[in-house]
Write a protein of this length. Sequence first.
Length: 256
Amino acid sequence: MVLSSPIPQKTSNAQTTLHFRCFGIFSFLGDHGWEVGPPLKRGREFLEYLATHARSMVAHGTLADAFWPNIDTDTVGHRLHLAVSGARAALRQASGAFNPIRCANGAYGWHPSIIVRSDAMRFDECYNNCSPEAALEGVNLYAGEFLAGEEKDWIIPIRLRYASAYVAMLEYLAAEATRRGDHQTALRHALQLVETDRSHEGAARLSMCCLGRLGCRALALAQYEQLRSYLKMHLGVKPTEETEQLRSRILKGEPD
């Protein structure tokens, strides 16, 4: 019988970089491209958690509370063992890396030789940079909500934080474009904001104004009607007086 050649193992002294995507569907970069998985019961959530908390060791109890808050200790221990084993196997199969996850004093984390990179980590860097170039990069990194499709309690606050940061960067880019008189770019960002939050009146007004200035008065008024219908149907309110005044000016051909 001919045995297949084993995957070369990286030594613990060599640094290995692992790349993860956390916006949209969770995936990681292997030797053959981006891979989704492993299945949830085989360690996907464990990988998601470690990719999100890449700079620290995570205690056994913290993981138990995050993943299985209402399960007895013995069962949690067994499930965690299976999750860690599945996560290790998925990474080894995808990239041929040596054991990338270590356990020390009842806590789990990345081996010291592992460098973790993710779109979420880069997004944070862009948000903290405060420059138009970084904000644009951050907006482009946001390929969907954080860990889309996952509904664990530990994920929701992080998802909301990233969604809020995404909106803030779009508002900043729209304001910068408006300041430069670049109505086409301001419109693009305003429409992205409207897509994110249909009740965002500031974004709706900006899109109306930009469309008016670009000579698309009918589209500007259609944007108003979409906002009005959404607010009435979902919130039971009317557009603000500021929005109504802008509509009147557009009707007269006088957008702000």
